[in-house]
Design a protein around this ligand. Structure first.
Ligand code: NOJ
Length: 576
């Protein structure tokens, strides 16, 4: 009876049947292009300088599109390319509808997008709307008077109310996220640098402005959006006091506040739902539930989670592989039926993955880089490959503060100095973890400045560019680069690597990360020796291991049912 009533109601309600079908498909974790994509992240400033000013630019990327295509990646994420005074390398936008002068013009952008699409490459752009630049017209207006129509585009606290409750700033040299502005005798909020005032998402007008410029880019044909720091965008504008020392765990207090989900649903209605675009926000909240609420298809917010728990594991003191396996397996199982995740070990906010997660020592570097790329390209979740990691680029080993350009490094150095901290210890930490480690210019060849620029590069080229560069590796079948190409070829061909079920094996093995990916009758076994010594694993539970799909050594030593893996050996096998 209930069933009949439902059918009758459904026939009366247009769209009901298709809604139901849609929900069913969503629950089954349906196929999508962005799940099958291999994303290549380009930090435009560091990729290729075409006009000899020491800074990478859009025409430089255009020059290198055939190289990008040759990698077998299918989408490119570009860090911000909009007009910016570059306090934070473009993460401080002064005009969301224009191109940064150093990077070129809108014509260059249109040409880049056209040429990417001609090559079947999708383009994901970075949307920075937790904050703008203080040089954005909105902020100039906003700070000019308390009655200005743009006043509420930002968070202001009138000084006559006293000092607002403390908020921690990630980049400010004093650590204080409130900056006093004498023009209107008020404080404005900046979670990042003082030149990056936080936008007021509680203001519907501001939200509509953002959706409008997002549609401007979607109308041009971009294929996706990455939302910078968006989990911090919503705020309790009464700015209550947080417990003393909250900054040690600031994400807990800053992320997923207030109406964030409502804003994402609105953005989805106003922008994402109108185009075939993918969406990913930086960060995935504080809990698995937060992450699901951000990306499950029936939530109508974002497409995939970009969680930091995995990438945050490596410390200068090392890390525990058993923990690493546990974290990645936990995320996989939480998203096995519903939702989708991103897989990455590096980006522009991290040091080089080979220096953090494996070994950049000369004897191990190439094998290590191949191993990490094998990991990223064989996990379930959309892989994000950071420029230069396809070559095994390493940390540059900067020694002095003058070597750095990153606002975070420079301001935290000042903060350490001003508070009488140990600057040498801080420099040592920077050498391992600074963001500039991952931003050194792309190493194209062994010519001047690694072929990146004919001028002085904005950030020094890693001195190992004679040894590690794209031209040399292109000619070498055994190179990290050509291994990367074989990996992407495998992933692009094999649905099992995209959609196949992931099962962790040998969870307590301290050196080897082993797992299977299974889809119907297709079965892949992945073996990764994350250590600098030989390691053995037993294949007893597999009836037969047949083809070696890929291997970063010329041989794979099988002794009966035991595989002996060489240092940093990585292989994918099929099995019955
Ligand atoms: C996160 C970005 O990835 C980082 O590079 C930037 O500095 C901050 N957000 C502020 O926009």
């Amino acid at each position: 009876m209930k069933h009949t009533i439902w059918i009758v109601l459904c026939l009366l309600a247009p769209g009901c049947v298709s809604k139901k079908e849609e929900q069913k498909a969503q629950l089954k974790n349906e196929k999508k292009w962005w799940k099958e994509a291999i994303v290549y992240q380009i930090y435009p400033r560091s990729f290729k300088d075409s006009n000899g000013d020491g800074v990478g630019d859009l025409r430089g990327i255009i020059e290198k599109l055939d190289y990008v295509k040759s990698l077998g990646v299918t989408a490119v994420w570009l860090n911000p390319i909009y007009s910016s005074p570059n306090a934070d390398n473009g993460y401080d936008v002064s005009d969301y509808r224009n191109i940064m002068a150093e990077f070129g013009s809108m014509e260059d952008f249109d040409e880049l997008l056209r040429k990417m699409h001609e090559r079947d490459l999708k383009l994901i752009i970075d949307i920075v709307v937790n904050h703008s630049s203080d040089e954005h017209e909105w902020f100039k207006q906003s700070r000019s008077s308390r009655n200005n129509p743009y006043r509420n585009y930002y968070h202001w606290w009138p000084a006559e109310k006293g000092k607002p409750n403390y908020r921690y700033s990630l980049f400010d040299e004093t650590g204080d996220a409130w900056k006093y502005d004498e023009r209107t005798n008020a404080y404005y909020l900046h979670y990042f640098a003082a030149k990056q005032p936080d936008l007021n998402w509680e203001n519907p007008k501001l939200r509509q402005e953002v959706y409008a410029f997002m549609r401007f880019w979607a109308d041009k044909g971009v294929d996706g959006f990455r939302l910078d720091a968006f989990q911090f965008a919503a705020k309790d504008t009464t700015f209550p006091a947080f417990p003393l020392g909250f900054e040690k765990d600031f994400v807990k207090y800053y992320a997923m506040q207030g109406n964030l989900h409502e804003y994402l649903k609105e953005m989805n209605r106003e922008v994402f739902s109108k185009y075939d675009v993918m969406s990913v926000a930086e960060g995935a909240g504080n809990t698995m539930e937060d992450a699901h609420n951000l990306v499950d298809a029936d939530r109508n917010e974002l497409n995939m989670a970009y969680a930091f728990e995995g990438v945050d594991i490596a410390k200068s003191t090392g890390y525990d592989l058993v923990h690493f396996k546990k974290v990645f397996s936990k995320w996989d199982s939480a998203f096995a039926e519903k939702g989708w995740v991103s897989i990455f070990l590096a980006n522009h906010d991290q040091a080089r993955m080979v220096s953090r997660f494996a070994s950049d020592a000369p004897e191990f570097r190439a094998a290590s880089a191949k191993l990490l790329n094998t990991f990223i390209l064989s996990m379930r979740g959309t892989p994000y490959c950071y420029y230069g990691d396809e070559l095994g680029m390493t940390n540059p080993g900067f020694e002095k503060i003058e070597d750095y350009r990153d606002i975070q490094a420079l301001n935290m150095y000042k903060k350490t100095q001003n508070s009488g901290g140990d600057v040498n210890a801080y420099l040592k930490e920077l050498k391992f973890s600074s963001r500039d480690n991952g931003r050194t210019p792309m190493q194209w060849d062994s010519g001047q400045n690694a072929g990146f620029t004919s001028a002085t590069p904005w950030l020094a080229v890693n001195s190992n560019y004679n040894l590690i560069n794209a031209a040399a590796q292109d000619d070498d079948a055994a190179s990290v680069l050509n291994h990367f190409r074989r990996l992407t070829e495998l992933r692009n061909k094999k649905d099992v690597l995209v959609y196949g079920k992931y099962t962790l094996l040998l969870k307590d093995h301290p050196q080897v990360y082993a797992y299977t990916r299974v889809l119907d009758d297709k079965k892949v076994l992945v073996l990764l020796n994350f250590s600098g010594s030989d390691s053995s694993v037993s294949l007893d539970e597999f009836d037969s291991v047949s083809d070696v799909l890929i291997n970063n050594y010329t041989e794979l030593e099988l002794d009966g049912r035991t595989v002996r893996l060489k240092p940093y050996q990585a292989a994918m096998l099929t099995f019955e």
